[in-house]
Design a protein around this ligand. Structure first.
Ligand code: ATP
Ligand code: MG
Length: 260
């Protein structure tokens, strides 16, 4: 769908910009601490500005009643702590994450929801490109580097603290297993943007493999080395979990956390 231009000079109370941004709309709420004095200093290209909330409204208008979309957007603004008048790219991404969260509560039809989420995602022209970081893992220090890589991607994609903790914990468990049972291997952490935003972790090694995976995942396994809960716990923390392993042929564990 065609959208009005997002960028533009900071408007004074919506007096400039596309016609749709001139109406007062529901988004005139000023957040405490907004940089009114710094306004003149903002580069026009940095400023997302008021029109982004209009664009969000335009998308939501296809799916939600006026009252519901007002509350979704207002709630998103509060949760993301964004001043719609002075929002920048990073603010926009946070706002979109919160708006998508709200939309999921109200749009029941899955096809409609998918379309709404996709159209909202298209507003974020500056979304970070998918990226991957590979860490060779031999010791605990390497596991810490893998954790840092995971954290870096999480920050880049504005992942919430809760999800970030889950992702970093999974990296630790899988990385430590490589060090402990295979001696060395690789952890790959990548961000995915399509078909859904996600952080994916691939932990692979050419070690002895796992012969009793079913027993381990069933919870009946007694570990001689640890609690025996690393793989099971990782599965519980993640949204997708896959293990390819065979005795003598190494192990590849692939997990994903979807970011909504
Ligand atoms: N990469 C791997 N290569 C070979 N065997 C592995 C590998 N990862 C796990 N295992 C085997 O699977 C078992 C279960 O692993 P899991 O991580 O669930 O528990 P743990 O490492 O024994 O204990 P914890 O992780 O709770 O400290 C391990 O005891 C080990 O025998
Ligand atoms: Mg373990």
């Amino acid at each position: 769908m065609k959208m009005p231009p997002r960028d533009g000079p900071p408007s004074s109370g919506g007096a400039t910009g596309p016609p749709s941004s001139r109406s007062p709309g529901p988004l005139s709420t000023r957040m405490p601490g907004s940089p009114s004095s710094a306004r003149g200093a903002l580069s026009p290209t940095q400023v997302v500005g008021r029109s982004i909330t209009d664009q969000i409204e335009t998308v939501l208008a296809q799916f939600l009643s006026p009252a519901v979309r007002k509350s979704v957007i207002d709630c998103g603004i509060r949760q993301a702590r964004v001043d719609p008048l002075y929002a920048r790219e990073g603010d926009l991404r946070r706002l979109l994450v919160e708006v998508k969260r709200g939309v999921k509560l109200f749009v029941r039809d899955q096809a409609q929801l998918d379309r709404c989420i996709t159209e909202l995602g298209e507003l974020d022209h500056a979304a970070p490109a998918p990226r991957e970081i590979t860490i060779e893992v031999r010791n605990e220090e390497d596991v810490l580097r893998a954790r840092s890589a995971g954290r870096e991607l999480c920050i880049e994609h504005l992942v919430s603290d809760v999800l970030q903790t889950k992702i970093v914990t999974a990296i630790s468990e899988l990385g430590r297993n490589i060090v402990r049972y295979a001696g060395n291997g690789q952890v790959i952490v990548r961000s995915l943007t399509s078909p859904m935003r996600a952080i994916e972790i691939v932990a692979q090694d050419h070690g002895p493999g796992i012969s009793n995976l079913q027993e381990i995942l069933s919870g009946k396994y007694r570990s001689r080395h640890g609690m025996g809960a690393g793989l099971r716990g990782t599965k519980a923390l993640m949204d997708a979990f896959d293990v390819k392993t065979a005795p003598g042929a190494g192990t590849t564990v692939t997990v994903r956390k979807y970011l909504g």
